[in-house]
Design a protein around this ligand. Sequence first.
Ligand code: ACO
Length: 318
Amino acid sequence: TTPYTILASAGCLPERTVTNDDLAARMDTSDEWIRQRTGIRTRHIAGPAETTSTLCTTVAQQLLAQAGISADQLSYILVATMSPDYATPATAAQVQGRIGARHAVAFDLSAACSGFVYSLHVMQRLLAGSEKRYGLVLGGEVLSRLVDWHDRSTAVLFGDGAGGVLVSNRGPGAYLGADLRTLGDQGDALTARQLAAGDDPQAAYLHMNGRRVYSFAVREVPRSLTQAVANAGLTLAQVDHFCLHQANARIVAQVAKDLDQPASKFPLNIAQVGNTAAASEPLLLAENIANGTIQRGDVVACCGFGGGLTVGTVVLRY
Ligand code: ACO
């Protein structure tokens, strides 16, 4: 096991909330359909001044304050996002500039809803055995600017927000194991792209084959969790918390059942935030660390899945 400690964790959600009933007032859907199919009740939607970089910058400032570390002690900043403000500069570079982390190397990582888990793994590799000491791993999204608000099959699912952790290669925590996979031949199940001149405006929007992604998730997530936990030299019973990407409460329940683990080990916050892609796991981690559910010494398996298609699990001792 390698020392790898989450020293601080934080989240930032846009002020404005949009309930299922608000959505039902503008499209052909209902609170009942959304709650039953997904578990979502409300989500936060960015206002005009809130962007992926502003949300991530707020998280970064909270992390530094919580850990009592100054910006110039940071060596790396990674931001996982599929909805950056710009193609360039990277969101991480914007954050680096705004917080004044002049010694930090900063770049974005694009792996949709697996982005935070992929980034946790990359950061561990960057810091392992290095004299560098601190890194920020952030996930942030403003998915409300990618979804087609006329398409009820996707518009009801997503929310905006950012979350992150400040990690160190010292301290009581440990990196125990991981399993990352990419299934690029299935990438057409979930796509979103920026427009080029002359493109059909519809092409910009997020398109998802919900059923395909659902069956991918319930097949690959248990497989990835099982493999990562085995790589960590542990059994599933020895994992205290399974922090899964919040795409659908039914996927989480199905995975718990499949692994024969109690639902109480699978924290949920999808009811309040919806699917926030790369921000999903850091928001869930921050909430459960803040409320005392996740305690020092606990084993946490963090699993993301989504666009790419991608899936990834990291197993940590908090
Ligand atoms: N309100 C009311 N009815 C709706 C809505 C809505 N918002 N959306 C779809 N419907 C209708 C459909 O038109 C369909 O009607 P029909 O039977 O008359 O044709 C019916 O509801 C069922 O639609 P399905 O798409 O088959 O519904 P399903 O039970 O599969 O649920 C869902 C859809 C929630 C999207 C599910 O497939 C899912 O969660 N998939 C996984 C998504 C996921 O995990 N994404 C993760 C990655 S996200 C990322 O990487 C950014």
